[in-house]
Design a binder for this molecule. Structure first.
Ligand SMILES: Nc1ncnc2c1ncn2[C@@H]1O[C@H](COP(=O)(O)OP(=O)(O)OP(=O)(O)O)[C@@H](O)[C@H]1O
Length: 873
């Protein structure tokens, strides 16, 4: 049973059998490929390569044509109508996840040429479907195709998976690498005559025509199968040629994309491209490719589900690269122009090798490093395939001839390094949800309608809404999976992106847009006005309708000028954006505002001009330095190349390919070449140039000084200096006088201040005294009141006494008011002791009681108590 399931093809059968016999398939997984080391070489070179790219895993992943029919990766399963489910499917789909794919390496061994057959046995032996041995050393790859392998075998190994990858939406590349004459072109395109229409089905046909034949077949199949999804494919191809040239730089030729619909279209393009290709004759290959050629095809597939309106666009790119062959100048016997050309090709391949080393190191160690894609046009153009978003197959062509031993070793080492690279291929797919898009548009229109209704009372808003038809920029739900295509933006996205950047140009855009729907939408929301700080310009009313035009400062200034030209007496008015302080503002303010705006604009313009001039100068300087550094880099890379050559020579010496004498001769030639390069490098070194420029500048300055003295400028300047000095002295004298006056004034002010202080102190003392006097007065008043109360008490008691409560009967009988009855005393009569007591007791009362009135008379004892003796108190 197992036997029937094995592929017919011997190589594929071997690969499948190998996989089946593997005791533990997982044991192959992700084992990092050992880095080649010169010591302990054989053990490391024999280590098994990482499995993910192995032919077996790939065969499983990319089914043979028969199995591909059973499980086609295209088109994507119709998306579920349930959005949540759809999301889950998309997130979990392996197609959508990042594919951390390693590089698939296939080694093809070409048959010996007649000339080589004389040398004897082949030096390379195929050990298994994925390993070979050379000089006792074993190398393991994803697949090894020996001299018996046919073009169809190569297609099954490399081409068929590539087509399926491409249809699944992955970018896919095949690079053919190897020594000149090793069979790269033969494998990639086939012999030239195999492309002609009558030989289209011939055995010799190369990988590329077979790939396209298969691609068109599969496209037809898929389109028929998924008619209901409106699945449509479109392919466009281009053929480009990269020539490395030290003198004129790098050429990229025939870069023109053409749509291809049939195999015939592709064949015509291939024939045209290949016939234009630069070729030359070497001793190894009569028709050697002297440039790298890249055949690219972009395949786009669109499908749409009628059920839920989801449409998808998959884009994938196929790169079929036939690299120019590396060659040992000595072996190929090149000379003159051809030698230079070979040097350039080797250099560019060496840069590719260097890049591959770095990528391999990054993949193995995980360390971040600068990846020198820009070192050569080749690496720059193919960066997507090298460590990027593409599945890459490296077809390494070798010759088993003894004479090619050294180059074969070199190719195998390159292949082993390439094996370690990990690319990150992803499905490049965009999914556009039409229904959601339409729903979103409806929602936006509804919102706008609500806003219009809600704001119908607001004149500003209604005016704004009267402006031209609103264009609602639809929000399309696009799930984008391609890194490459992420740079594609819709116009509105671009605009918004641009607007986010500060700068005058963007100001212009944002203000200009305020007249359009975006601004309208923004203005009619809860925050009705755009955050414009300057204001909105209004023009004189025409036909009773005020036109409000939203402009940026620059445009406004410009428009104002234009308006001024038209009508100098125009009623130009600046009103705040919210129209709160409006048209009543005095018109006299307008010119000032305009002036201010213009002044600002001019100032900015001048500053910008100055800035631009500076920048221009800096750019010139930088350009010069860039040129110099480029030169230095070129020298460095050539030196790097010579080092690599040296390593190769040493390896050849070690492997016994090169004799000591030859080695020494080559070494001497290399040293002389390097010496020349180094000399050239240091003569054109940026630092040397910098110093030369600086020296020139200093010399110029010196010259200027000399001219300056010679032309008598010095005397003129000395006179000017003298004038300025005397002016300065006058000024200083005036200033000193002013200083003196000021000092006097300060002194007088000081004295006045002192006097003022004294007066203030005196006032304070007087105030204190006044306060004390006031307190005394209060005290005295209190005492008087006290005395008064006391006297009142005494008076009342006396009155009581007088009223007779305590006086003797006789005394009461004497009426105080009757003069007649009052006892009479003569003035001269001496008072008795009792009279005297009476007098002392009553006199003050009577005096005080009536203030010297009737009673006071009574106080006179002579008038009161004339009959006192009789009173008998
Ligand atoms: N597997 C093969 N079977 C038969 N002939 C082959 C095979 N490989 C190469 N050849 C022949 O060898 C010659 C050189 O091959 P090809 O031009 O493909 O080499 P190349 O690697 O592209 O060389 P260059 O780098 O110089 O262009 C051609 O005549 C080609 O037909």
């Amino acid at each position: 049973m197992k036997h029937f399931m094995l592929p017919r093809n011997p190589i594929l059968r071997e690969a499948a059998a190998h996989n089946e016999h593997s005791p533990n398939p997982s044991s192959h997984k992700m084992k990092p490929s050992p880095s080649p080391s010169r010591r302990n070489k054989s053990s490391k070179e024999n280590a098994p390569p990482p499995d993910p790219n192995s032919i077996t895993s790939d065969l499983k992943h990319f089914p043979s044509p028969a199995s591909a029919k059973l499980k086609s990766p295209l088109p994507p399963r119709p998306p579920s109508s349930n959005p949540l489910k759809r999301k889950l499917i998309m997130e979990n789909s392996p197609e959508n996840s990042l594919s951390d794919s390693g590089v698939k390496v296939i080694v093809r061994m070409r048959p010996l040429k007649k000339a080589d057959e004389e040398e004897g046995e082949t030096i390379v032996q195929k050990m298994s479907n994925n390993s070979l041995a050379i000089n006792g050393q074993t190398f393991t790859f994803d697949s090894v195709a020996d001299t018996g392998a046919t073009q169809l075998d190569m297609f099954q190994l490399v081409g068929a998976p590539l087509v399926e990858n491409c249809l699944a939406g992955f970018n896919s590349s095949v690079f053919a690498y190897g020594q000149t004459g090793s069979g790269k072109t033969f494998t990639m395109w086939g012999p030239a005559n195999a492309l002609s229409s009558e030989n289209l089905s011939g055995d010799q046909q190369g990988l590329t025509p077979r790939v396209f034949q298969r691609l068109f077949d599969r496209i037809n199949e898929e389109q028929i199968k998924y008619t209901d999804k409106q699945l449509k494919y479109q392919c466009r191809c281009s053929f480009l040629e990269i020539r490395e040239d030290m003198q004129t730089g790098v050429y990229v030729e025939n870069l023109r994309e053409e749509y291809v619909f049939t195999m015939k279209d592709v064949t015509q393009l291939l024939i045209k491209g290949l016939s234009n290709r630069r070729t030359g004759s070497t001793s190894i290959n009569a028709e050697s490719s002297r440039s790298h050629s890249v055949f690219t095809c972009v395949v786009e597939s669109r499908c749409k589900s009628m059920a839920d309106g989801m449409s998808s666009l998959k884009t994938s790119r196929i790169n079929l690269v036939d690299l120019a062959g590396s060659e040992r100048q000595k072996l190929t016997g090149t000379a003159g122009e051809r030698l230079k050309e070979a040097g350039n090709i080797n250099r560019s391949l060496s840069q590719l090798g260097n890049l591959i080393n770095i990528l391999a190191e990054i993949s193995q160690t995980g360390k971040q490093r600068h990846i020198p894609y820009r070192d050569s046009r080749l690496t720059f153009l193919l960066q997507e395939s090298l460590g990027g978003n593409a599945k890459l197959a490296m077809m390494c062509a070798i010759s088993p001839a003894q004479s090619c031993k050294s180059e074969t070793f070199s190719t195998l080492r390159f292949a082993q390094r390439a094996k370690a690279i990990k690319n990150k291929a992803i499905v490049n797919e965009e999914v556009e949800d039409d229904v959601n898009h339409l729903r979103e548009v409806i929602r936006q229109l509804r919102d706008e309608l609500h806003r219009v209704k809600a704001n119908s009372n607001n004149p500003t808003v209604s005016l704004v809404l009267k402006s031209p038809t609103p264009s609602v920029s639809p929000r399309i739900s696009i799930s984008r999976k391609s890194l490459r295509t992420s740079s594609i933006l819709t116009a509105s996205q671009k605009d918004s992106k641009d607007e986010s950047k500060p700068g005058p140009e963007n100001m212009r855009i944002s203000f200009a847009k305020s007249n359009s729907s975006a601004a309208r939408t923004a203005q009619t929301r809860s925050n009705p006005i755009l955050p414009v700080d300057v204001g909105v310009q209004t023009f004189p009313q025409h036909d009773g309708i005020s036109e409000r035009v939203f402009l940026c400062t620059n445009c406004k200034a410009k428009t104002q000028l234009e308006v001024k030209d038209v009508d100098d007496s125009s009623n130009l008015q600046l009103v705040p954006i919210d129209c709160s302080e409006s048209i009543e503002k005095p018109k006299t303010q307008v010119p000032k505002a305009v002036e201010k705006v213009l002044a600002g604009a001019i100032r900015r313009e001048m500053a910008l001009e100055e800035f631009c001039a500076k920048q221009g100068h800096e750019i010139m300087q930088l350009n010069r330095l860039v040129q110099q550094y480029k030169h230095e880099r070129e020298c460095n890379s050539i030196i790097g190349q010579t080092r690599e050559d040296k390593i190769l020579r040493l390896e050849s010496l070690m492997d016994g390919v090169l004799s000591t004498k030859d080695f020494m001769e080559e070494e001497l030639a290399a040293f002389m070449h390097e010496h020349k390069l180094l000399k050239d490098k240091y003569e054109n070194h940026p630092e040397v140039s910098k110093i030369n420029i600086e020296m020139k500048r200093v010399q110029d300055e010196l010259e200027n000084y000399r001219n300056f003295c010679d032309l008598g400028e010095r005397e003129v300047l000395l006179e000017e200096i003298q004038d300025l000095r005397s002016q300065l002295q006058d000024e200083s004298r005036g200033l000193q006088a002013q200083l003196r006056d000021t000092a006097e004034a300060v002194q007088a002010a000081g004295e006045l201040l002192a006097r003022l202080k004294e007066a203030e102190e005196a006032v304070v003392v007087a105030e204190v005294r006044a306060m004390e006097a006031e307190q005394d007065a209060v005290k005295a008043n209190k005492q008087i009141n006290k005395l008064k109360r006391k006297h009142e008490e005494e008076i009342s008691s006396l009155k009581e006494l007088v009223a007779g409560s305590r006086l003797p009967k006789e005394a009461r009988l004497i009426p105080a008011s009757s003069d007649r009855d009052m006892p009479k005393f003569d003035a001269g009569d001496p008072l008795s002791e009792a009279d005297q007591r009476w007098r002392e007791a009553f006199e003050p009362f009577y005096k005080a009681e009536d203030g010297g009135g009737e009673l006071s008379k009574l106080a006179e004892p002579s008038t009161w108590f004339s009959g006192y003796d009789r009173c008998n108190i």
